[in-house]
Design a protein. Structure first.
Length: 131
């Protein structure tokens, strides 16, 4: 785990200042948020809200975040399967950790749909309500 807290601090600092960033779930204690998922304990969770898909995509693939992701095998055991769920939310909505884990379970169980999709297969935002 050496180096992980500093790397996370840098990535979170960058996210907080990135164009299109709205909000992220912050841990109560320490640098990480942990949850149980699919029978696994202590799964690290990141949860954030972005103005649009393009802003998130820029952050994920065109900033130092991509360098962090290339190093993730140094810090994390393989998760197996899809590990990121995305969905469109009405403007002003802040998702809960339980909602995020439920959407990830749906995505892993039935594949990408409008209510839970991946970076690799995004869906257009709904016309109404505004997102």
């Amino acid at each position: 785990m050496a180096g992980l807290p500093g790397a996370l601090d840098d990535v979170f600092w960058l996210a907080d200042r990135s164009p299109g960033f709205v909000w992220r779930l912050k841990p109560d204690v320490g640098p990480l948020v942990f949850a149980s998922f699919g029978g696994e304990d202590d799964v690290v969770v990141t949860l954030s809200v972005w103005e649009d898909f393009a802003a998130l995509q820029r952050f994920v693939y065109r900033t130092a975040h991509s360098l962090f992701m290339q190093q993730r095998a140094r810090w994390f055991a393989p998760f197996g399967g899809l590990s990121t769920a995305m969905w469109w939310a009405p403007a002003g909505t802040i998702p809960t950790l339980d909602e995020a884990l439920a959407r990830l379970a749906r995505l892993r169980g039935r594949g990408p749909k409008r209510d839970a999709f991946s970076l690799g297969r995004p869906f257009d935002p709904p016309a109404d309500p505004p997102v």
